[in-house]
Ligand binder design. Structure first.
Ligand SMILES: C[S@@+](CC[C@H](N)C(=O)[O-])C[C@H]1O[C@@H](n2cnc3c(N)ncnc32)[C@H](O)[C@@H]1O
Length: 336
């Protein structure tokens, strides 16, 4: 590091002068030895002895995300970005609005420093297609989409680029887990990497059948079964649940249907497979509960069953006025 070398007696005055002239580097510490002091500089300066020696770097710890970006963005823009963070294990996924896309690299680097996670990605598309995966663009840190997410005492390994997972459903998973009783036979029709089955089987002696059409998700679920200490058992199947379920030869006390855009199109399958008095944990995207409740009632009528709505709740907001909603329904034979 280039420094001005001055006798110790002149160190303070020189420091003040160089600082006032904007010639002192603020990124390194001044060094004082027996007779001389060394002041880091940003440019060659006439009239002083200039030497090149090693100086200790000043580590600046940014206090928060706003501080890292305050020269770039307004406080509202920073706040909006901060609420878009999804942290999945070592990975952070950001939603950057179109008007800030030209600053995505700075935002990604700031997120890396602020969160101290390993990898920062940016959402490039909505969740889409049958497997409900979104495109991601790598921004900062290490480009490695495989991570282990910890949730309610479980370890969930996944590849954020190849399969669906949302940490925002953690509370919902806990709620469902807490409503399960030991001994239940459970079907998760759209299990993904298995967050519902894993958290339930970790806490209850249950028998879970987990199905997903995404072979990569099932590969990670099989690994997650090994990664966690489970009280219950989980059997996995890869394929379209409409086809795969034809091989099931017993009914289920509970069926989880977390495919909110299309779950209603599988109600005929779940009503075939539900035990008399069993519970369906049904999800859909809607601005109200009415649509889901009438879909459940309609499906019941078709199969000569009756439905009792036990509970409804908003899981998370998906867009202004629209929610990922949950309906817990008890399904019984109409004759009872
Ligand atoms: C919204 S994700 C939910 C995953 C998981 N339940 C969770 O909470 O993370 C829906 C899942 O359904 C799967 N899927 C979509 N259509 C399917 C089908 N016909 N049969 C089985 N799985 C399907 C997708 O691959 C995806 O993993």
């Amino acid at each position: 590091m280039k420094c001005v070398k001055v006798p110790l007696t002149e160190l303070n005055d020189t420091r003040i002068k160089l600082m006032e002239n904007g010639q002192m580097s603020m990124d390194f510490k001044i060094k004082a030895e027996k007779e001389y002091g060394y002041i880091p500089i940003t440019e060659d300066i006439d009239g002083y002895e200039i030497v090149d020696i090693e100086l200790e770097e000043i580590k600046r710890v940014a206090h928060n995300f706003s501080e890292l970006l305050e020269d770039e963005l307004t406080s509202t823009e920073i706040e909006d970005l901060r609420t878009s963070f999804d942290t999945i294990g070592d990975v952070v996924i950001l939603e950057i609005p179109d008007n800030l896309k030209d600053k995505k690299q700075k935002i990604g680097d700031a997120a890396l420093r602020f969160t101290k996670r390993r990898s920062i990605y940016m959402k490039k598309s909505a969740v889409k297609g049958t497997t409900r995966v979104r495109e991601l663009e790598f921004l900062s840190g290490e480009d490695n989409p495989v991570t282990i997410h910890k949730e309610h005492g479980t370890r969930l390994k996944l590849n954020v680029k190849e399969m669906y997972f949302s940490p925002r459903l953690a509370t919902e998973r806990k709620r469902v887990m807490e409503s399960v009783r030991d001994g239940e036979r459970i079907l998760d029709m759209f299990c993904g990497i298995g967050p519902f089955p894993i958290v339930i089987a970790r806490n209850h002696e249950v028998d879970i059948t987990a199905v997903d059409i995404n072979s990569q998700a099932i590969k990670y679920l099989n690994e997650n079964i090994r990664l966690n200490k489970l009280k219950g058992t989980i059997r996995t199947y890869c394929g379209d649940v409409r086809d795969v379920s034809k091989q099931f030869n017993s009914k289920f006390d509970r069926i989880i249907m977390n495919l909110p855009g299309l779950a209603y199109t599988f109600l005929d399958v779940s009503f075939d497979l539900i035990e008399d008095g069993g519970i369906i944990n049904y999800y859909e995207f809607s601005d109200s509960y009415e649509q889901g409740i009438s879909r459940l009632k309609e499906a019941c009528l078709k199969q000569d069953k009756k439905v009792e709505i036990l509970n409804t709740r908003k899981v998370k907001s998906t867009s202004p006025g629209e929610w990922h909603i949950a309906i817990d329904a008890k399904v019984s034979e109409a004759k009872n």
